[in-house]
Ligand binder design. Sequence first.
Ligand code: SF4
Length: 550
Amino acid sequence: MPLDIVYTVCPHDCPSACALAVERIDGVRIGRVRGAERQSYTQGVVCAKVARYAERQHHPDRLSVPLRRVGDKGMGCGAFAPISWDDALEEVAEHFTQATQRHGPETVWPYYYAGTMGRVQRDGINRLRHAMGYSGELLTICNFLTDAGWLAGVGTKRGVDAREIARSDLIVVWGGNPVSTQVNVMTHIAQARKERGAKLVVVDPYRTGTAEVADMHLAPLPGTDGALACAVMHVLFKEGYADRAYLQRYTDDPAGLEAHLRGRDPAWAAGITGLSEAEIIDFARLYGRTRRSYIRVGYGFSRSRNGAAQMFAVTCLPTVTGAWAHEGGGAHYSNHGMLPLDLTMIEGLDVVDPATRILDQSRIGPVLTGDKRDLGDGPPVTALLVQNTNPMVVAPESGLVRQGFRRDDLFTCVHEQFLTETAAMADIVLPATTFLEHDDIYTAGGHHFLQIGRAVLPTHAECRSNHAVICGLARRLGARHPGFEMTAFELIEHTLSSRKGSGSIAGRASRPGISSTALAMPTRSFISAPIGRRSAPITRRFPLSRIMSR
Ligand code: SF4
């Protein structure tokens, strides 16, 4: 019997946002998960973790019914008893209403992050937040520094199409470890090495798996990448590798940059980075003489002091050599700014009160323990709704986080797939669907596709999607917004139809026989044409075209 293969999209917080081909068994279970062959970035490859997603999907410990805590916080399954969905949502709504009556709406803090990257199921919590005037949430734990550094150097959060790596002669993986964390990048690097003899350089303080397979590994001391980048640029200017015509045309102050770098030579950088002068010069010359040089920047920069400045310095390299102008050249960090989806309906952006307090997600510990630097003159947080994250484990200052969650006067509702450390601290736990059980739309950091993943399995037990929970609470709380009256797929259609010419794509994706669809951007979507023939299409909007279906 032929395998029943269904197509969807990986929802994890990973740049690859892989298009998936999933073996479906008897319509209710899954077997092996593979990469979708016809999506030209994923190319049939997924990581080992998601290849075995069946273990998670069908794990006996998955939450299956709503739970109310009857024992002490943090004591595990034995501290909970099942209740009905109606009772659970009523209880949450009642606590939120009481808290609001006592302290005002800012006492309620809907708290979420990237447990799914689907825009409907991840971001819909903001619609409830905005409609009710609950406290805002400042994102993110992960990428404030890297975003700031990249934007300072490039101006927009997008980069050269990762498929162009296959046409590069030199790939520099800087501050990332794709062998472990973005396996698809290695697919394209392997193609460039095999077909073009491309060189791979890794810049990382650690001897990572990617460094192990590189032609050159530079291991600067942590947090010294900026000094290395400056010394490399010093050599580029000094030895004639700088593309002065490109700099003149596309940058604001090339003379100022060159003057700034004059004293930052390899000897200076060697003293800071711990690298030898020879290592720095060898790398600079290799980079300088290779026009098709592609830098894949990772999130390592966000883990060090002055990470934004370090990242900014690295983004200047392809500008000094003009590598942006060559196919297979340039740099890439994230494409999350490439496709400006109109998220008004999903997030309720039309009902935002800009005067509402915004709390930093990274400081949930101090927030919950009453730090005035966070709360200001506002009320304490006395009610939490948590979706898509496990702050007891991932948030900084975990001692304070635990102390905060233990407060007797804090009411917490957690919507989760498993009884995580955070769920174990909740008063009400709601069972959540997986990405295989609900509809969503996915942008990607690592590639140029916009993808739709339809539900391909019936929901497990009594699980409900994030969207269903948000709408259920909205009804009970009296929150008003048209987004609460729409299905998840209607929200997707609405979001797509607000972009010119893309409404018909949502229609095609909903046709029987098409389980998911990938919408391709033209490969050359950045400054990736020779000067004279290319424009700098940062503000250009690309037509969407479907490239993958069953
Ligand atoms: S590589 Fe990333 S996007 Fe692809 S399947 Fe694994 S976690 Fe998901």
